[in-house]
Design a protein around this ligand. Structure first.
Ligand code: AVI
Length: 330
């Protein structure tokens, strides 16, 4: 055997595991322990989120679905180039199952728009599923999936001639902290020209009790979604969280316009993580902050767009003003 001097090549899985380890070690060492909601979405978390979207209390998905259906013609007019036959790209960040986007795709095809749909995701498996379902339902649609992170995909698309329409639906923008949101919008806006457009979904501020109920449903699906993060750490980091001693807690703060979700330790306990060779102590009723879901007002949306060098051109909302799909341009 000869010793190799080759630098060790990390696979994408290794890199993700390293990132998770670093995140957990840092997040659980802070005075207010915190873990990112980004890590909710393993296979089980993605399945639970699908279930959340169908819950009676979780209004955002069906509201946005309704408003896209209601305003499809006006939305298509706002997004497609004025010259009917000018080709363009519809680039969707975090497409999921594409259920909502299919409303727009179908309308554009029916009105003979010349465009390519570019779903972007870091998971190749998610995109394969979407491409297969589109192939069956809309066989005439041109689809060019990109497996990459959002900013790499937008850089890649910048060199292609024609209007880029970037979709970021589903109130995903609400899960960023204000600083991260600003940085994200600037990254999105960076490669865009004045010919390009953005369509972003924003959940709006409304009856605080109604908002809170959406994140604390009566069937306990959201609780299971939050607690699944601990199951993930047990599996991937060899942690020994005992789920019998953890609870889901959530509240809406109208001052900040944020739903904040926590995992609560119901007793003093120590949790060991084999992969980190570290033990973390939790006091009785100590919390881990796991998610922010920001809710917005129309004036706030104008301000955060302006701060990213964008302006609002159309503001589509439902009859109850629960949710908005907003068209922006540089
Ligand atoms: C993905 N994101 C927009 C959801 C939300 O409403 O913030 C995630 C979620 N968390 C609990 N319920 C749903």
């Amino acid at each position: 055997l000869t010793a190799s001097s080759e630098p060790e090549q990390l696979t994408p899985d290794d890199q993700q595991l390293t990132a998770l380890k670093e995140h957990v070690a840092a997040g659980l060492s802070r005075p207010q322990k915190t873990l990112s909601s980004m890590y909710f979405y393993d296979d089980e978390g993605s399945r639970l989120f699908q279930q959340i979207m169908a819950l009676p209390e979780y209004y955002p998905t069906r509201t946005e679905f309704g408003l896209l259906t209601q305003h499809q013609a006006a939305l298509a007019t706002a997004l497609r180039p004025a010259a009917a036959q000018e080709p363009f790209f519809l680039i969707e960040l975090g497409a999921g199952d594409g259920l909502k986007t299919k409303i727009l795709l179908r309308h554009l095809l029916e009105t003979n728009a010349v465009f390519t749909y570019v779903p972007v995701d870091i998971s190749g498996a998610a995109l394969d599923g979407l491409a297969a379902s589109l192939g069956e339902e809309l066989p005439e649609l041109r689809v060019e999936p990109i497996v990459a992170d959002y900013s790499a995909a937008l850089q890649l698309m910048a060199s292609r001639p024609g209007r880029k329409v970037v979709l970021f639906l589903g109130s995903n923008i609400g899960n960023f902290s204000p600083d991260d949101r600003q940085a994200f919008l600037q990254t999105l806006a960076g490669p865009l020209t004045t010919n390009d457009r953005l369509l972003i979904g924003f959940d709006l501020q409304k009856d605080p009790r109604f908002i809170r109920a959406a994140y604390d449903d009566s069937q306990g699906v959201t609780a299971a979604f939050n607690l699944n993060l601990l199951t993930r750490l047990n599996r991937e980091l060899g942690a020994d969280f005992d789920l019998a001693h953890w609870q889901h807690y959530t509240d809406y703060d109208p001052l900040a316009g944020t739903v904040r979700s926590f995992l609560v330790s119901t007793r003093a306990q120590a949790v060991h993580m084999a992969a980190l060779q570290q033990t973390f102590d939790f006091r009785a009723w100590e919390t881990i902050h796991t998610e922010n879901s920001y809710k917005f007002t129309a004036p706030q949306i104008e301000v955060l767009a302006a701060e990213a060098g964008l302006r609002v051109t159309e503001f589509f909302t439902d009859s109850q003003d629960y949710f908005a799909d907003v068209v922006l341009r540089p």
